[in-house]
Design a protein around this ligand. Structure first.
Ligand SMILES: Cc1cc2nc3c(=O)[nH]c(=O)nc-3n(C[C@H](O)[C@H](O)[C@H](O)COP(=O)(O)OP(=O)(O)OC[C@H]3O[C@@H](n4cnc5c(N)ncnc54)[C@H](O)[C@@H]3O)c2cc1C
Length: 400
């Protein structure tokens, strides 16, 4: 098997498949000079299926038993286990397979084109495999309509203990600027802290220097920390899916013509948060199961199962896309926080199932019922995904 892209989804899939299938070998092709990049990836432990929680443990670098959210009219602690893994722990997870020779790395090598059973490298060399997995990261697509989550994060080392006992997943008591804005804080240790300033806005532009200054203000004014050193900075622009064209979302014919997609390039992220770790774990396990059941000629089974996995994902995210349309199109930008403020008044079970994308019909009704935090006429106008796509496509056509 060949995997293109040694990022989160490519490496999690390699790790899972090699752990479970002792006869398998994988070649992973990565454009940069090292695997796993320089990242942190956070998730609720309950986002990961129970039978995979023990397996994912070595990836977890930090774990907290609860976290806080803060809004102008609501503060709450949720007893949901929150975890963070990073590039070092991900590299350590695959290291035994690299040492055994079953995971071969080709670094500083860019793949130009790829198909279900072959890749062509920049320079023209063609490699064949039983199955090719495309894990090259996010690519925009005309059939997918987006808003954006943008952020800048500072990891700081404080001179004295900063005093934060657990993560603040959303502090939306900050000034709302151009969309839903919140600050996210992860206390890695008594003196190490990630502080991230996040914006849910319509466009992908990020004025990161302006945001840097706001983070400094937050650290000084809200956390009361004056003396610290900046040890790492990260920034990101993540897609938030408002609508997906149904013909594209349910197309299974790609299994014949394209490599199997993993991670962000396959649209495998939570529509509301843009986070992809839980979906990457899920897909890794689907690929792994198909290899275990159909070896040695597992290629067709992996392609077939993943084609339907993609369609399932399209259907499972329908409700989340509706919520995004309410957030981005029904709510006024400066009032978007009210949608989340109301959501965090619901039961912990609903919050957990929302992030895991396992909401029941009753949960969905509970989320939509009661006094809406957005104007009803605007909510109804944006309800139908099909009508939304038709309007957005016309707008896009007339702008071109
Ligand atoms: C700053 C930041 C923070 C994030 N935090 C979280 C988080 O806390 N939790 C979470 O769940 N999600 C998070 N995400 C979102 C998402 O999970 C990550 O972007 C994740 O890394 C996506 O995984 P991936 O495998 O799809 O792509 P990537 O991890 O980006 O990997 C793609 C890999 O493919 C390689 N590549 C690309 N093109 C080629 C080519 N032509 N040939 C060979 N190699 C190629 C790239 O060099 C890269 O190594 C974050 C994203 C960002 C940007």
């Amino acid at each position: 098997m060949i995997i293109v892209g040694a990022g989160l989804s490519g490496l999690l899939t390699a790790w899972r498949c090699l752990d479970v299938n002792p006869d398998l070998s994988i070649e992973i092709i990565e454009a940069s000079d090292r695997i796993a990049g320089d990242h942190t990836w956070s998730f609720n432990l309950t986002d990961v299926a129970e039978n995979l929680r023990d397996w994912i443990k070595p990836f977890i670098a930090y774990r907290w038993d609860s976290y806080d959210v803060k809004f102008p009219k609501r503060e709450r602690t949720l007893d949901i286990v929150y975890c963070t893994g990073n590039s070092d722990t991900l590299r350590a997870c695959v290291q035994p397979h690299i040492e055994s020779g079953r995971l071969k790395l080709r670094l500083k090598t860019s793949v130009e084109t790829l198909g279900p059973d072959h890749v062509v490298l920049k320079g023209g060399e063609k490699l064949r495999a039983k199955c090719v997995l495309d894990a090259r990261g996010f690519e925009p697509n005309d059939d997918v309509f987006l808003g954006y989550q943008k952020f800048v994060g500072h990891v700081i080392k404080t001179k004295t203990p900063h005093g934060l006992k657990r993560p603040i997943i959303m502090d939306a008591t900050v000034e709302q600027l151009g969309g839903y804005r919140f600050v996210y804080c992860l206390p890695y240790s008594e003196t190490e802290l990630l502080v991230e300033d996040t914006y849910y806005t319509d466009g992908p532009e990020l004025r990161s220097q302006v945001v840097d200054a706001r983070i400094k203000d937050y650290i000084r004014d809200r956390l009361g920390v004056d003396h610290y050193e900046l040890v790492r900075r990260e920034k990101g622009v993540l897609p938030i899916t408002l609508a997906v064209d149904e013909t594209y979302g349910t197309d299974v014919s790609m299994e014949k013509t394209e490599a199997v997609r993993l991670g962000m390039t396959g649209g495998y992220y939570h529509a509301v948060t843009g986070y992809s770790l839980p979906e990457a774990v899920k897909s890794a396990n689907v690929v792994c199961d198909m290899i275990a059941k159909h070896k040695p000629d597992f290629g067709p089974a992996v392609r077939h199962e993943m084609a339907y996995h993609r369609v399932d994902h399209y259907h499972e995210e329908k409700f989340l896309r509706l919520l995004n349309r309410m957030l981005f199109r029904a709510a006024k930008p400066e009032r978007r926080y009210a949608v989340l403020e109301r959501f965090y008044g619901l039961s912990e079970g609903i919050v957990e199932r929302f992030y895991r994308n396992r909401l029941s019909k009753k949960d969905k009704l509970r989320i939509l019922s009661g006094k809406p935090p957005v104007p009803v006429t605007k909510a109804l106008y944006n309800f139908s995904e099909k009508a939304f796509i038709s309007r957005e496509s016309s707008k896009r056509d007339s702008a071109q």
